[in-house]
Design a protein around this ligand. Sequence first.
Ligand SMILES: [Zn+2]
Length: 396
Amino acid sequence: MADLAFFFFLLAAIAIGWLLGRRSIRKKADCSDKQQALARSYAQGLNYLLSERPDDAIDKFIDSLEVSSATFDTHLALGNLLRKRGEHDQAIRVHQNLLARPSLPRVSQQKAQLELARDYIAAGWLDRAERLLQELVETSSELRNTSLEHLVEVYRDEREWAKAIHAVNLLHGRRFKRLSSEWAPIQAHFCCELAEEAINGKDYLSARKHIDAALGYHRNSVRANLLWGRLEYLLNRPQEAIRVLQRIPRQSPDYIPETLDLLITCYSEVGDEKGLDKYLETLLREHPSNSVLIALTERIHQRQSEAAAAAFMGKQLALRPSLRGLGHFLDLHIDSTQGRARENLSLLKTLIDQLIASRPHYRCSNCGFSGNQLHWLCPSCKHWDSVRSVKGVEGE
Ligand SMILES: [Zn+2]
């Protein structure tokens, strides 16, 4: 269907070009060799189109359709259509062809420049896109904001976080920390990226600065709080880490599983085992998930007995059946069984483990991308915060 629309568009474009060309030819009594060549190109382009050779048809189209104010939009639309179809090289050719015409009004040239930058982004030539967009930010008041938005996209893909933060601030008129609800969480992510780099480089002073900035832009940033908790732990302040991590269920319960390992470590360091049990019980009651259930079952196993843990897990599974819970439940029974029963349970456990391994742990709510790793930025659709843990029997 998309192909049909494309061919129809191309046919229309060439036909318009042909008519414009003919009119121009008629106006001038001296039908020059050049005009005849143009007419031949139209016919050839049409031929290629009809014989399903769209690449050749586009070549002829570029060669023959005169670039003027009247045909500018047709060229622009064809280039955009090619980009959307993933034919980046052809889109670049169409838009470069427009940019190479100094006779076009300045506004038209800038529009072509913006489209060419979009082609470069789509083709992954980020440095070329960056140069074109920077120029537009400085020279075009009309396209400045759109160009800045694309620059943010470029810096994000280049992982140039400080430049991305600067571009977002420019977009909002330098009034820092007064960003729209659309941009504030994104800006906080850029700060978190810098904080992660600083933590990895053991530069904890800078890490704190970036985390503070992230929270300044977006107070309820889960990622910033996770990083803050990690930083406090690295600075040997486990009690403070616990305090920070315990804010996350209120901010977004989806991320509770990401807090558990560090919380358990911190509670253990401060020696507050009862506090941990109490907290896990509260979580299970208010925000039930398999990660919390398994963590709590493990605690019962360690502090009481295998039988008590199995009884607890069995009761919970009846309320909320899940594959991960069942796998854990079998684990608790295998050791206490013998002979054929043990073999059968082990076989069942292997099958469940394989089933769990074959299912993704995370999925993007925007595009459906799935995987076993938490991505703050979806690698497929480039949305922030849309990748969450899978819920239900096969997930959390
Ligand atoms: Zn996605």
